[in-house]
Every structure is written in C-alpha cells, then in structure tokens.
Design a protein around this ligand. Structure first.
Ligand code: SAH
Length: 395
C-alpha cells in the first residue's frame, strides 16, 4: 500500500527544497488518503514532484516532520535503528569529559521529536511528536541493542506534547527502576540526577562546557549561581577554588539536591549559601544591600518558547542582566544565558548591551557560549540552536 500523500499549495515547496524538515498545516493544499497521527506520508509539490517522506502529526500546526528525503527509504524499525546508530556513533567520537550526554538531538540527528540522553548506564527517552510516539517501541529496542543500558526511562512529559495533542507519559520503558541514585560524572565531579522528577531529562547536559569554563574562572573569587537548579555551576566553581558560592533557585528540591552534590564531591558546605526564592527579587535585594560578587552566572528557564513571546521575554532578560551587572566588582565576569527559542543570539546580545548601558557599566564580550557538541544543530534546521550565552567582563 502506498503512503498517503500531502500535496502542497503552489510555491510552498521551497522550505522543503532547502531541506527544512517541517511541513506546516498552512502549506498543505490537499491530502490523498486518510493518514492517522504518526503515519508515514509522502509529501509532493503542487506540480507533483516528490519532496519528502514524513511523519503525520494532527492536530499540530507542524503537520508533518520529515524522516527522509528519499523515496527509496522505507520508514520502519530498521530505518529508526540506522539513524540511532549514526547519532550514537557521532557522540562516541566526541570524547566528552562526561558519561552523561545527549545521544540523539531530534531533528538535528534526522529523528524529529526524539530526544535520548544517557546518564551512565541509564537512558532517558523523550517522544515529543506523533512520529516519535509511533516508533517508540522500535526506538527502545534499538537503544537496548546499541547501548545495553540497565534501564530506559521515558520522560515524555514536556509541554510541547500538548501541541501534538499527546498526553504526558513517564515511566520505565525497559529494565528496572534504579534502586541507587543515578550519578553522572562530569569532568571528575559527580552529580546526582533525578531522572523521573527532575527538569528536562534530569540534568542540563547542554551546559557542560560552560560549567567547566565557569570552574576555570572561579579561583579565589566570590561567585553567584543564579537559577542554580541542582548546583551544576556552583559545584564546578567551588571545585575551581571559589572562596564562597551563593546559589539561588525557587525550587527547594533542586537546592536540596545541590547541597547533596556539593557534599558528594567533598566540597565545603560552609562556603555555600542556599537561597530559596525568586531570582528577580533576590537580585534586587542584593543590589539594595550593596552585595558584590566577582563572578555571576545567570541561567534562567525559557522565558520565550516562541517568537511571539519574545518581547516580554526581552524585558525579563534585560531586568536580570541589569541587576547582575550592578552586582559585579570591577574586573568581574558575568556568564549569561538564554535558552529561549524565540530570542536569537543577535537579539540576546542587544538585550545584554542595553542592560549594560542602563546600568552605566562598561563591559565587553570575551566569549560566546552555546550548547555542547552533543547537541548539534543541523544546518538545514537552525531551530536546533536554542542555547546562547555570553561571557562578559566588566571594566
Ligand atoms: N544552571 C543549571 C540549570 C538552570 S535551569 C544547571 O547547570 O544545571 C533554570 C532553573 O531556574 C530551574 O532550576 C528553576 O527551578 C529555576 N527558576 C525558574 N524560575 C525561577 C525564578 N523566578 N527564580 C529563581 N529560580 C527560578
């Protein structure tokens, strides 16, 4: 049986011809056959030219996501296994200083909607689209074969599933729930990861290189880890010789795990201060009481998931960056991040520049920061680049 067909409106084939892997509902003129969500469909231009083979997603506005540009490639378990093997092979070559890494980064690995993170012998899978949902068992089987993990945990509870009309799902997919805390070893430091209840898949793997960088800047300095989560930056900075670290987060559970992480690495708890509160308010309080730091890390959650929300997000970023810059001693460093898809690197730099101007502070960029190499960005899919950061030095 041939696959159902999506026929695009005239002129709407351009983005697929540039190999962008999304087909928007608005581009589709006609559907031949009655595909169900997750089914494989063939996408054609108005002139009848084959464009791509894709996974159908209804009711998402991203109505189909491309699996393959070839009419000769069948989408089956073997296809899924081949793509997974290629992604995992590319990670193994990176020799990352960690046993925690993203093995599969969705569209950028040719596997739309599929995210796979490894934490030692545990694997966490996220299925974020109908196509991913359809091939979930095949993905799990292939991962068992390729990686032999002790457990595969599913964390298909990200907000984006709502846009697909998919309910959240969390649980053990293969193997057994670990009885001991799952640990990841990052550049010689151990972090406990909450795979079932933590943010994302449990840990912010994308910040690995930036945490190591922060550690290298910390010797002899007083540092602030704002939006600390489980203390990734703080732990690296204490290890790097910080004299004192202050962690701010509004999640008590994250701060408790951060305290355990410091302890696990034999780092002195009396050098750490934990503040459970809203970072916007805490930063204001610090400013009003004249507190100063030598290094500040600002790693807030996503303020703008889409371009439509970018304006409000820009105000939030400007606010915290302005406050953070005011807390820095002369010669101090700010590592500031945005993981908002709706705010690109150029806009983010503009926002930070505006914050420095309003703060009356002379500062320069001495580093441009991004997600790690295990979070690749396919050249035909710029949306894959979501984390941007600046290392700023104040004069
Ligand atoms: N830097 C961390 C990741 C930070 S994720 C790491 O490397 O692991 C963002 C964190 O911000 C989350 O832990 C979340 O609990 C926290 N958060 C979100 N909104 C906040 C707010 N208004 N004030 C303080 N913390 C907040």
């Amino acid at each position: 049986m041939p696959n159902p067909k999506l026929i695009l409106a005239p002129g709407r084939e351009r983005s697929l011809e540039r190999r962008h892997p999304w087909v928007f509902a608005s581009a589709i003129a006609r559907t031949d056959g009655s595909p169900k969500p997750g089914d494989t469909v063939d996408v054609y231009s108005a002139h009848g030219k084959f464009l791509a083979r894709a996974a159908y997603s209804h009711p998402s506005q991203i109505r189909a996501r491309v699996w393959s540009w070839s009419q000769d490639e069948e989408i089956d378990s073997a296809f899924i296994a081949r793509r997974l093997a290629a992604a995992i092979d590319s990670r193994r070559k990176l020799n990352l200083p960690s046993d925690g890494m993203r093995l599969v980064h969705a569209e950028s690995d040719g596997l739309p909607g599929i995210v796979v993170d490894q934490y030692g012998s545990a694997i966490v899978l996220q299925c974020l689209s109908w196509g991913a949902e359809r091939w979930r068992e095949a993905v799990a089987d292939a991962l068992m074969e390729l990686c032999q993990p002790a457990v595969i945990i599913e964390r298909s509870d990200a907000d984006v599933r709502e846009l697909e009309g998919l309910p959240p799902r969390v649980g053990v997919l293969r193997g057994a729930q670990p009885t001991q805390p799952v640990l990841v070893n990052e550049a010689g430091l151990q972090f406990e990861v909450d795979l079932s209840g933590g943010h994302k898949t449990g840990f912010y793997l994308d910040q690995r290189a930036n945490r190591i960088l922060a550690g290298s800047l910390a010797a002899g300095r007083e540092v602030l880890d704002c939006f600390s989560y489980t203390g990734g930056f703080a732990t690296h900075m204490l290890q790097g010789g910080a004299t004192r670290v202050t962690l701010v987060d509004d999640s008590a559970a994250a701060l408790q795990l951060a305290a355990r992480n410091l302890e696990r690495n034999g780092l002195a708890a009396d050098k750490a201060e934990f503040i459970d509160g809203d970072a916007f308010q805490v930063l204001r309080r610090f400013r009003d009481s004249g507190r100063q730091f030598d290094v500040v890390v600002l790693d807030p959650p996503k303020f703008a998931p889409t371009r439509a929300t970018a304006e409000r997000a820009a105000r939030g970023y400007k606010d915290i960056n302005l406050l953070a810059l005011k807390l820095l001693r002369p010669g101090g460093h700010l590592l500031t991040f945005s993981c908002s898809g709706g705010v690109d690197a150029a806009l983010f730099q503009k926002i930070v520049a505006g914050a420095a101007l309003d703060a009356g502070i002379d500062a320069r960029i001495i580093g441009r920061l991004s997600q790690g190499a295990d979070h690749p960005v396919a050249l035909n899919f710029p949306e894959g680049e979501y984390l941007k950061g600046l290392l700023i030095e104040v004069s």
